[in-house]
Write a protein that binds this ligand. Sequence first.
Ligand code: FUB
Length: 307
Amino acid sequence: GLLLGAPARAQGPAAAPAAAGNPVIKTKYTADPAAMVQGGTVYLYTGHDEAPNDQERYVMHEWLCFSSTDMVHWTEHPVPLKVSDFAWAKDDAWASQVIARNGKFYWYAAVEHGTVRGKAIGVAVADNPAGPFKDARGSALITNDMTESKITWDDIDPTVIVDAKGQAYLFWGNTNCHYAKLKANMTELDGPIMNVTGLPRFTEAPWVHQHNGWYYLSYATEFPEKIAYAMSRSVEGPWQYKGILNELAGNSNTNHQAIIDFKGKSYFIYHNGGMNEHGGSFRRSVCIDYLNYNPDGTIKRVQMTTE
Ligand code: FUB
């Protein structure tokens, strides 16, 4: 969590306590964070773990959006996107990411396809970061074809970036990490689907970001999951593996990260299963810690905190 010095001073009997400390969202179980900076505001997008306390399975029907100007106090917005907003999808609001382009906001999200067996990736669009979002295509952008992998959940966990030349790329995958160019309209692929090589023990959850002239591809490795990362001068690689970024996320088999710079600091946003006695792999919670780069661009291991 973020050590902020003195807690906010109570302003009277009705004042709420300061909202600092991990997990950052305490009112709901949240998972698979993605974050986007727009001016002086950070938008945090998450899945919503709705599994009853006695059920050990994913129950996820919608995504959530929170915003903050200080990374400590978060305001929840009305539910901006649900599985049912994709008419072709049937369930499973899994991991996602939102990006700004040409004055609009594009949300890439993994769901269970309604008619094609397996997971698929859709894209929704909005005029505002908090939505409301609507399906931008009326069909999946990526659909499982079962040719490359026998698993039905290999087309998950989209991450999106526009590189320094203005070319947009979508990365995604489980077991194999895929990528493809996006057209300028952000709703169609532009060319073939490629595989990223050089990512040892890739499980899922790629996140691609840029910092000081480097591209970073962080991802969940092994299972239970740690987060590892690779660096490259080009978003098309070659990627050089740089090691583990953070350790197992307490009490959750999965870990899933977003990395941003905001107001001069860098942040590692992830989830664990530590909110309360019911927390775990299917009732996860988003946490935030500082991320620190070394002068050569490599990243120090994240120190997970409870504050
Ligand atoms: O939340 C469902 C799935 O679990 C995500 O898509 C994976 O990244 C893992 O966190």
